[in-house]
Design a binder for this molecule. Structure first.
Ligand SMILES: C[S@@+](CC[C@H](N)C(=O)[O-])C[C@H]1O[C@@H](n2cnc3c(N)ncnc32)[C@H](O)[C@@H]1O
Length: 226
């Protein structure tokens, strides 16, 4: 179901150890289905926006934007005075996101790009968002490079908000998810561990917690001065 973009097999995608998804064309369907199963209210994008505090005029980057669900919703909040950009390692995801933006008549920049090599100059963004993507980065080193890059492109005082899957550590839901997901890396995801990476990348006021949406946790921080 998933692939590593390794040299020679990447079909024009940039080389990364990040894990991409083969089914970009069905991604929104799967997210919609999961939401329905969870009673219709579960949404990683909404969970992120509830915490992001976006206001009109802000310049926002969504890293690992996938099909652009979060970026498109963010654009409605920052409005015409603001700007939203989305990057993703997978050209197929970006193609879907661009089609959706064109269909919605929204001026939104989606480009193929990596969290470990963000294709923007320093000090560009008021806010960097990321939803359900950090667990696609195997190993601490890649995650560390990602956080350092996010810090670089944020203006001093800019906000980082990462939302990701975090299963309960025990109880019946843990057992059920273990049954469904087996030893999938999502079962080992612990968003609390990201606080050290955020602090190491010079974020201040780093805070971690559960979102109001089941199984989704967040880490956030403020880009400090270098
Ligand atoms: C589960 S999807 C999440 C998509 C979207 N953020 C959402 O919430 O629906 C994870 C995304 O991370 C992307 N990804 C994996 N490695 C990456 C990297 N190194 N840089 C940027 N994106 C990456 C994948 O291509 C995929 O679209």
């Amino acid at each position: 179901m998933e692939k590593l973009h390794s040299k020679g097999l990447n079909h024009g995608a940039p080389e990364t150890d990040g894990i991409t998804i083969r089914w970009a064309g069905h991604y929104d369907l799967v997210v919609g289905l999961l939401s329905k199963l969870a009673g219709g209210k579960w949404s990683p994008a909404q969970a992120t926006l509830e915490l992001a505090g976006l206001v009109p005029g802000e310049k926002v980057l969504d890293v690992g934007c996938g099909t652009g669900i979060l970026a498109l919703a963010a654009q409605e909040l920052v409005r015409a005075a603001g700007e939203v950009h989305g990057i993703d390692a997978d050209p197929e995801m970006i193609a879907v996101a661009r089609r959706k933006a064109a269909k919605a008549g929204v001026d939104l920049d989606f480009q193929v790009g990596l969290i470990e090599d963000i294709p923007f100059p320093d000090d560009q963004f008021d806010v960097v968002l990321s939803s359900l993507m950090i667990h696609h980065l195997p190993g601490e080193d890649l995650k560390r490079r990602g956080f350092t890059e996010i810090r670089r492109v944020l203006k001093p005082g800019g906000r980082l908000l990462v939302v990701d899957f975090e299963p309960p550590t025990e109880g019946p839901l843990r057992l059920l998810l273990g049954h469904i997901l087996g030893h999938h890396r999502m079962m080992e995801n612990d968003v609390r561990r990201l606080t050290a990476l955020a602090e190491a990348a010079s974020f201040t006021e780093v805070e971690v917690g559960r979102t109001s949406h089941r199984l989704l946790s967040f880490v956030r921080g403020i880009a400090g001065q270098d």
